[in-house]
Design a protein around this ligand. Structure first.
Ligand code: C2O
Length: 574
């Protein structure tokens, strides 16, 4: 650091105000180790004259230059790259949480601490084994109940204990509903959903949650059970969460969906045939894990860096947007304004089933990693690897963790019981013959006539293709405007002659859009939904046509959605 400073020009005495929130007393000291990781993206420009005063970058202020600010001096730097990894939140400047732009009457700010440690994974002596919740033995269930009971007791004996049940639930709220601004970007929320941070954040979150439980139980072998919703035997709320006098119970759930009701990942309640629901579920799983992603970010979620506006639903990966959101939406309680508990991120952590849901989401990440694919699985962008979060560990120590340290779950000390994975065999059957586009497009209007489209009813639209027939193309639904306070679901099919929108286990199903009531700084959000078509074209056996008929099927609150436009574009080269 010293050489960094001494080699640079020190400018006059009128330094612009650092944009670090005023409540953070000692930001440079707290954030120093993080800056050490991020500064490789930048270099120091020592030629900077007074004219470059405004270019001072917050990250460089964090390189231990706090003292210089104290002396009202300023060093000029020029940023080389366009971005940096997301920094962990400054707990001291936590604010109110929101849904849409409605402030919530909840305070989900974590306790503050002056001592922050960089977390080092402890050595692993024996792996904890996370087991399927529907297969747990009595002893394991009893242990799990006891752990949750102890966390709930902490809520009462010391509501500020970060290991308490409510404090743990609040972590999710604070990271998802706008309580934390990005450090140095006032008014810009931290959002850990809808991007490549989704899997790493939740892995770390569960990691500490599990360690807190194990520590309270004084049982280092304790492991969270996973909700095996990707297997027909796990496609209902596990019974352990449905006993009303149990610490694992939460009354804020959709009462119609208590066991033995079958989980319907398609969120289409017009389907009642259990065989069809299960077939839909397995086919959706196949699609999001194998059929649809054509790149690591397709599966993981798109890039999200320091200073970026919070991402929105369509930016998430296939698994997050699909089964993950489906489970949240299916069990959220419609009696509550915003689908609380599990149907809204701010309240999801109040439902013990949420942690087992996310254990399975995490398990999906481990499985995807092992599935052979024709694209590289690893994301090596330093803005991904170096992104970091803050949690309390089982000793109540505030720790900073980084994304790159959570890639190997065994090094983190846990593994999953191995169970059958039926959806790997659930590719939708290939159509024997191509649809006849002449017949199919009779009376179907073009996008110019229909868009912008208020999604009040099932809509068919004729969309031109850049290349005839089979090609590597992407369907883009542009500028989707939704009311962020609403649960929303619609589905998309291509060249669908059968007209059975309740069957998503068919080759013509292109994907869907699901949104939970959530926070994106504003009531409405605008976003693009991109659906890969390459495998779909193969599977529908598309003829050498120069256009397709797209069917958009509103399922939940279609009237709260407007789609700005629709087009097919060539897939970006990998
Ligand atoms: Cu952070 Cu499933 O939500």
């Amino acid at each position: 650091m010293a050489s960094l400073q001494s080699s640079c020009t020190v400018l006059g005495t009128t330094a612009p105000k650092p944009r670090i929130p005023p409540t953070s007393a000692k930001p440079s000291r707290h954030l120093l180790p993080n800056a050490r990781r991020s500064h490789h993206r930048f270099h120091v420009s020592c030629s900077g004259g007074p004219g470059e005063e405004g270019k001072v970058d917050r990250r460089n202020m964090l390189l231990g230059l706090g003292g210089m600010y104290g002396a009202a001096n300023l060093v000029s730097y020029t940023k080389v790259a366009g971005a940096a990894p997301l920094l962990p939140p400054e707990f001291k400047s936590c604010g109110v949480a929101y849904v849409g732009d409605d402030p919530l009457d909840v305070n989900c700010c974590p306790p503050t601490s002056d001592v922050i440690k960089d977390y080092k994974l402890p050595p692993v002596h024996r792996l904890r084994v996370r087991r399927a919740a529907h297969r747990l033995n009595q002893a394991n269930v009893a242990k799990y109940k006891r752990a949750v009971k102890m966390m709930r007791d902490l809520d009462v004996s010391d509501p500020t204990d970060p290991r308490g049940f409510s404090q743990q639930a609040n972590i999710h709220c604070a990271y998802c509903n706008g309580a934390h601004d990005q450090v140095g970007h006032e008014g810009l929320d931290i959002q850990v959903h809808f991007s490549w941070l989704f899997f790493p954040f939740h892995r770390w979150y569960l990691y500490f949650y599990e360690r807190i439980m194990a520590d309270l139980l004084k049982d280092p072998t304790f492991a969270l059970p996973f909700w095996n919703w990707d297997h027909p035997k796990g496609m209902q709320l596990p019974g352990i969460f449905d006993e009303e006098d149990s610490p694992l119970y939460d009354p804020n759930r959709n009462q119609d969906r208590r066991p033995p009701a079958i989980l319907n990942l398609a969120l289409n309640s017009t389907i009642i045939d259990p065989a069809q629901i299960i077939s839909n579920n397995l086919s959706l799983m196949y699609g999001e894990m194998i059929g649809t992603p054509a790149s690591a970010t397709d599966f993981m979620g798109k890039a999200y860096r320091d200073g970026d506006a919070p991402p929105t639903y369509p930016d998430g990966g296939t698994s997050e947007k699909g089964s993950h959101t489906g489970v949240h939406a299916w069990f959220g309680d419609p009696r509550n304004e915003y689908s609380e508990d599990i149907g809204n991120f701010y309240s999801a952590g109040r439902d013990p089933a949420f942690y087992s849901h996310h254990a399975n989401v995490d398990r999906m990440w481990t499985i995807w990693n092992d599935i052979p694919a024709d694209y590289p699985k690893a994301i090596t962008d330093p803005d991904y690897l170096d992104a970091s979060f803050m949690f309390y560990d089982e000793t109540k120590q505030l720790v900073r963790v980084k994304v790159a340290d959570c890639f190997n779950h065994k090094k983190m000390g846990y593994d999953y019981e191995s169970v059958d994975i039926p959806w790997v065999r659930s590719k939708p059957p290939k159509k024997a013959a191509a649809a006849n586009i002449q017949d199919l497009s009779k009376g179907v209007k073009t996008a110019e006539k229909l868009f912008p489209l208020k999604l009040k009813k099932i809509t068919r639209v004729l969309v031109p293709k850049p290349t005839v027939g089979k090609a590597n193309e992407v369907l883009v639904l542009e500028n989707i405007v939704t009311d962020n306070r609403k649960l929303i679901k619609f589905d998309v099919f291509v060249n669908d002659e059968d007209d059975k929108p309740e069957e998503v286990d068919r080759a013509e199903y292109a994907g869907g859009f699901t949104q939970l009531p959530h926070r994106v700084k504003a009531k409405n959000s605008k976003s693009d939904l991109r659906l890969n078509l390459k495998n779909l074209y193969e599977n529908i056996n598309i003829a050498d046509d120069d256009s397709v008929v797209v069917t958009i099927v509103p399922l939940i609150n279609g009237e709260a959605v407007t789609i700005g436009g629709i087009k097919i574009v060539e897939a970006p080269s990998a």
